[in-house]
Design a protein around this ligand. Structure first.
Ligand code: AMP
Length: 571
């Protein structure tokens, strides 16, 4: 793999996409699913005319039949299915599963190598250094047909593709990455990272929420880690023996000098820049901060003294889409260049007044909004992703997209629609109000409270003082102001309804106790979510999840005026 591949693939996007579709249709021509529409043909025009655009519920029964076994395996895929990915999306309250085969792991291997090459081209002298990589696995389950079911990252990490990777830059031994006890794995990831602090050039996690979780974990465990480093013995509660043995080797023996150095930094009043203080050679943080993970940008900038935050790739359980070829751009400018070999991509226009227009990858228009439709190598055909992307440019002939939002995440209590992007924008305005107060927003989520009249938006906030020893002081006026600026930034329909006919009530912030968002994560994990793929939901619908938040509410604040209607407020 070299950067020449990137040039070649992106220069021949059209031809490659045509070949990909031909290959998939030829492979799948006789599956039960495709035969219904194409009667054995692999013609592109017939595919476009006859094969319907589908959502999960349309293909669920085919996927479940494949998972349950006892039938010919070519229900949906000509190529044998070797496992399933459990996605973070849900259908009817149940997690979705997607069939996969080794092509997915080959694509992941390619993308991992490509994104490293891209980073090496932009950041000098990091090729030889190490990365503290917060990757975790969850125990796999099996389908009735005996195939493994796991989240995407677990599937990859447990495969031979990871085991036989050509180079290894992780500070953690594989025994830690593959330890199924996530708390033990987290402790060991951090301990190994601290011990090898002089070699560390980057920190990495799939999503920013995991990285913030790692620093919070360090806040609670640094004393114990220092004591391990001082004595040269790993804590007894690390009971996974292969994990323990491999970490003991890295620990090497007692090192009181290093323990003191780390203690010195961790006991300082503020944890501002803690990442660069503990790992002084760190040059970047590799983690996704686009989409809903954008909420973690300020806290990561605080912990890292504004090191570059690099969102390297955009992918899902359905397919990998592309990579960020401009890794040092600002987080808000990140675009992903689609890789034409991953799947066959079509795009459903999502602009206002759209008439169901679908275009091929190379025919998308600059500035337009689209929902990708995926035809992959493992049984999905014209599958609606539910993500909304905007075309920002082209790299050779391959389009680049900004991730706008996940379509399903919206708040609405009347006819207004508040998107994920609207919510994040409102939060940014509120953060400006918070700024002088030395409080940081550690976590948030929201829901539409329709039990009140009129119904209203509720935001749960977990706040933390920037100096770790300070307590959180809640200033009533400031928090009421936060409610007001959020309302002011919402769409005109929201403000209209809030004011005139009063069908939307005053926005409320419920401040929750510290640690609440960790409990929320634990709750979702207990329900089957994976640690490495976990993203705090922007909006919550589940009553059990809301109960977790409700029991920790320590204060309520309401907007005290209706927002201006008509003109857009500028900040
Ligand atoms: P999952 O199938 O659980 O891995 O979730 C995939 C979803 O995560 C995608 O459809 C996106 O909504 C979101 N996602 C993945 N990568 C990114 C990214 N780089 N930026 C923003 N959202 C992402």
């Amino acid at each position: 793999m070299s950067l020449k591949d990137l040039e070649e693939l992106t220069s021949n996007a059209k031809q490659i996409q045509d070949d990909v579709l031909k290959e998939i249709l030829t492979l799948n021509a006789n599956t039960e699913y495709l035969h219904r529409f194409l009667h054995g043909s692999s013609d592109k025009e017939l595919f476009k005319k006859n094969v319907p655009v589908v959502s999960y519920d349309d293909v669920k029964s085919y996927i479940e039949r494949t998972a349950n076994g006892g039938e010919p395996s070519d229900v949906i895929s000509g190529k044998p299915i070797t496992g399933f990915f459990l996605s973070s999306g849900t259908s009817g309250g149940k997690q979705k599963i997607f069939p996969i085969n080794n092509k997915f792991f080959e694509d992941m291997t390619f993308i991992f190598a490509l994104r490293s090459q891209i980073i090496f081209r932009h950041i000098k002298d990091v090729q030889e250094g190490k990365a503290i990589t917060f990757f975790f696995v969850k125990p796999q389950s099996t389908t009735p047909s005996g195939l493994p079911v796991s989240n995407m990252l677990t599937g990859f990490l447990m495969s031979d593709y990871f085991k036989n990777r050509p180079s290894n830059r992780f500070t953690s031994p594989d025994e830690v990455t593959l330890c199924q006890e996530n708390k033990q794995a987290m402790y060991c990831h951090l301990l190994c990272g601290l011990v090898q602090r002089d070699e560390v050039v980057s920190l990495a996690a799939a999503f920013a929420s995991s990285l913030v979780g790692a620093i919070t974990f360090l806040e609670n465990y640094w004393k114990e880690m220092c004591s391990n480093i001082r004595s040269g013995h790993v804590s007894e509660w690390i009971s996974d023996l292969s994990c323990r043995d491999s970490v003991s080797i890295i620990l090497g023996g007692p090192n009181s000098e290093l323990a003191e150095l780390i203690e010195e930094e961790c006991k300082k009043k503020s944890w501002k820049g803690i990442i660069t203080r503990l790992w002084p050679k760190t040059k970047f943080i590799q983690t996704v901060v686009t989409g809903q993970n954008a909420q973690y940008i300020p806290i990561l900038e605080f912990y890292s003294n504004k090191l570059p935050l690099i969102s390297t790739a955009y992918g899902s359980s359905e397919t990998i889409f592309g990579v960020n070829v401009n890794p040092l751009c600002k987080p808000e400018d990140v675009s992903y260049t689609f890789m034409p070999t991953m799947s066959y991509f079509e795009f459903l226009l999502a602009d206002e007044g759209n008439n169901g227009e679908i275009v091929d990858l190379v025919n998308v228009k600059l500035g337009s909004y689209y929902e990708p439709l995926v035809t992959n190598y493992s049984g999905l055909h014209r599958y609606r992703m539910g993500d909304i992307l905007q075309v920002t440019g082209f790299y050779n002939s391959a389009p680049q997209f900004r991730f706008v939002h996940r379509k399903s995440a919206v708040l609405s209590v009347s006819v207004e629609m508040t998107t994920e992007e609207d919510i994040l924008k409102a939060l940014n305005h509120a953060k400006l109000v918070l700024k002088p107060s030395h409080l940081i927003l550690m976590g948030f989520t929201c829901y539409a409270d329709i039990s009140t009249h009129p119904a209203h938006y509720v935001f749960y906030w977990e706040l933390k003082a920037t100096n770790i020893n300070d307590t959180v002081k809640l200033d009533e006026k400031m928090l009421v102001d936060c409610c007001c600026v959020m309302e002011e930034s919402f769409c005109s329909l929201y403000r209209e309804f809030r004011k005139k006919n009063g069908s939307i009530g005053a926005l409320e912030i419920r401040v929750v106790a510290q640690g609440t968002f960790d409990s929320l994560m634990e709750f979702f994990i207990s329900q089957g979510a994976s640690v490495s793929q976990y993203k705090t939901p922007i909006c919550i619908n589940s009553s059990e999840a809301l109960a977790v938040l409700e029991k920790s509410v320590i204060a309520h604040f309401f907007s005290d005026k209706s927002p201006p209607v008509g003109s857009k407020i500028q900040y």
